[in-house]
Design a protein around this ligand. Structure first.
Ligand code: NI
Length: 169
C-alpha cells in the first residue's frame, strides 16, 4: 500500500525516532509499504518518519527499482565508520522539487538489523554512502537543510514558504 509522504515543515520530521524492538508482521508490512511508496514517488530512499511512523527503519534502492537486487531494508541502522568526503547534489521526498549540494562522507560502514532482528553490516561509497547518511539522518530528525550554510538554508526555506503560499507544496 502506498502511504502519503510527510512533507517539511511537519514537526514530526524533526524528531528523533525510537529504536525498533519488536520484529513482527506489522514491521514487515510497514517496510513493504515504504518500498512501494518509495518506488512510486519515485525515489531511491525513504525513512519511516517520512510516512508518519517515528521508528528507526529505512528502505533504499540506489537504482530506484531499475535493476533487481539493490533493494535494502535496514532496521536500527547506525553509522560506525566514515571515510573521506564528497559534495553532490541531493534531494529528499519530504522536500519535493528541491535540491542542494550537500557534503557527506565518501564511504561509510553501517551496522543494522534485518526485518527478523538479525545483525547485518553494509558498506557503501559514493551515492550509496550519501543515501545511507541521508536516510539515517532522518531517524535523528535531521533533514539535509541542516547541513547547508545558514544563507542557503534560508534561501530554500523562503522558496518553500512561497510554494506553500501559492498552494504548490
Ligand atoms: Ni529524505
Amino acid at each position: 500500500m502506498i502511504r502519503p509522504i510527510v512533507k517539511y515543515p511537519e514537526p514530526s520530521l524533526e524528531e528523533k525516532c525510537v529504536p525498533v524492538e519488536v520484529f513482527d508482521e506489522e514491521l514487515k508490512n510497514l517496510a513493504r509499504d515504504m518500498l512501494e511508496t518509495m518506488y512510486a514517488a519515485p525515489g531511491i530512499g525513504l525513512a519511516a518518519p517520512q510516512v508518519g511512523v517515528n521508528i528507526r527503519l529505512i528502505v533504499l534502492d540506489p537504482t530506484a527499482g531499475d535493476e533487481n537486487g539493490h533493494q535494502m531494508v535496514l532496521v536500527n541502522p547506525e553509522v560506525v565508520e566514515v571515510t573521506g568526503r564528497q559534495k553532490e547534489e541531493e534531494g529528499c521526498l519530504s522536500l519535493p522539487g528541491l535540491t542542494a549540494v550537500v557534503e557527506r562522507p565518501f564511504s561509510v560502514r553501517v551496522k543494522a538489523q534485518d526485518l527478523d532482528g538479525n545483525p547485518v553490516e553494509v558498506e557503501g561509497a559514493n551515492l550509496m554512502a550519501r543515501l545511507l547518511c541521508h536516510e539515517i539522518d532522518h531517524l535523528d530528525g535531521v533533514l539535509y537543510l541542516q547541513h547547508l550554510s545558514a544563507l542557503k538554508r534560508d534561501l530554500l526555506k523562503r522558496r518553500i514558504r512561497k510554494l506553500i503560499r501559492n498552494g504548490e507544496w
